[in-house]
Design a protein around this ligand. Sequence first.
Ligand code: C5P
Length: 238
Amino acid sequence: MQPHQRIIVALDVQDAASALELAKQLHGMVGLLKVGLQLFTHSGPDVVRQLADHGEKLFLDLKLHDIPTTVMRAVASAESLGVAMMTIHLCGGADMLASARLAAGDQTQANFDCGIPLLLGVTVLTSMSQEALHSVGVPLPIEEQVLKLAELGFDQGIRGFVASPHEIAPLRCRFGDKIKIVTPGVRPEWSVKNDQHRVMTPREAIDAGADYIVVGRPVTAAPDPHEAVRKIIQELTV
Ligand code: C5P
């Protein structure tokens, strides 16, 4: 994979017009564009269709978590939008994960050109502290809980995981190259951290074993997003 194909830009902007403008500026520069809850709840599936019509590969980050039938139908709907990646919460349980996988197709065959979207399991949100995890009744240390959920997902045929920089190594150690890892919380040296705490640079995250990195505000809030992406590609290339 070429370095620029590993970059996913999070289109965390307020409306479809801003998303399409950003997509125009970055066209052909990165691997995928990510549509998350903010943009989707504002502009709906239309913005996904418009971006797809523009020729973009898309990651729909809605972190699905519901009863198995509902998730299966939502995955099928997302698939019909032509997205290449989408997220589901692993804590939805084995039946929900099996239903999602059934709707998406064989994950060992998922690649961007075959029409089978890559399902990405979300383990423990990076915003959850150990204390917060305990408060919702989970007694395990965060890293053990991450691996436990990833095992559950792997057993149900999930082959992609969202992992913060510090979870890349344990996941890679456990599953080797059988899984894809997508890592948010990435900050180039020249950018501000915002609310991300345990960050790595794009280069460090790829060197640690991430397949893809998600970058939002360092690009979307930059005076010149095109130049910001160019600098990240340069960092990944040298
Ligand atoms: O602006 P920033 O680079 O922090 O954006 C990161 C993106 O990745 C956001 O869209 C955020 O929702 C997403 N994300 C994250 N941490 C996770 C999962 C997703 O930051 N654990």
